[in-house]
Design a protein around this ligand. Sequence first.
Ligand code: SAH
Length: 353
Amino acid sequence: MSLRDIIIAQIAASGPMRLDDYMSMCLLHPQHGYYTTRTPFGAQGDFITAPEISQMFGELVGLTLAQAWLDQGAPKQFTLAELGPGRGTLMADVMRVASRVAGFAEAAEVTLIEASPALRNMQAEALKGHSPNWIKSINELPAQPTYLIANEFFDALPIRQFVRDGTRWHERQVGVQDGALAFGLGPAQPQPALTHRLEDTKDGDLIEDCATAAPIITTIAARIAAHGGAALVFDYGDWRSLGDTLQAVQDHKTTDPLAAPGMADLTAHVDFEALLRATAPCAHTRVTPQGVFLERLGITARATALANSLSGAALETHIAAHRRLTHPQEMGNLFKVFGILPQGAPPLSGLEL
Ligand code: SAH
């Protein structure tokens, strides 16, 4: 039975499905989920992420973390955590450069949170020199200084969508029409959690809500406030959600999110306002375009140094990678980063409070 048939059977039995439930099944169904069955990243996969585009991304992230670790007194034991590490490339690049900072590698306990068994195997391979361990939930992060990274993790968390109708909201749902999956709207209902959105929306506007994102940030912030550390969160999206940003990508092309459940990556823009609101009791930096952050950290100097040893097609790929990571019309503007740090801690490189 395909995932599509499983979903249709479930809708026949219990009615239209919430979008977050549909996304969860598509991404993480134990037999048919996108992340459970595939290794989606890279030139051969369905999409490519910043660490897979160039080692420069992970190198600059690694140096930022190592500097933050030094600035906070170089604790002798700390958690170096990553949410949704994909193929393990980012963490491998981080460890390669940060290991040049005396004491960092010995003090770091590499800790990964990954839902997909297939990707956990790839991460084990990529990080075999660093004895990583996996935890099931963010709540299991040990009570010690915590330096954490997440790239394109929050965009993979399931969202719900609501269309405004007076002071009530219709939830967008997945149903079945003429044997095919189709979107529909549920009955208008009050949504107390969305009261603040009555200020900035009008009838017919669609907003998105990711219920699981903010509690994850709050848990990270609690660890950092209590024990020190920092977090860097990279993702695409903007300040406050407005409009339908649900996107399906298969083979580097966008497709209909309902067309082939489990075969396409499903993501939605991250609502940075919702994440920043959840950072108390920590301080947080401004949400900064990825291109600006990387330029501030000297990506152009690093790109030039690497270019010196390249020629031909490899040089062209490298120049294109630099552009792709930083140019405002590529990932430079849509992708953003913010940091979380203890109140009063020295600032994070490349980011302003
Ligand atoms: N950070 C990587 C991969 C991004 S894709 C990179 O930049 O290349 C999203 C990652 O998050 C995948 O590794 C996916 O399996 C993981 N993931 C998605 N939902 C998750 C969840 N609920 N819990 C843990 N990991 C999840």
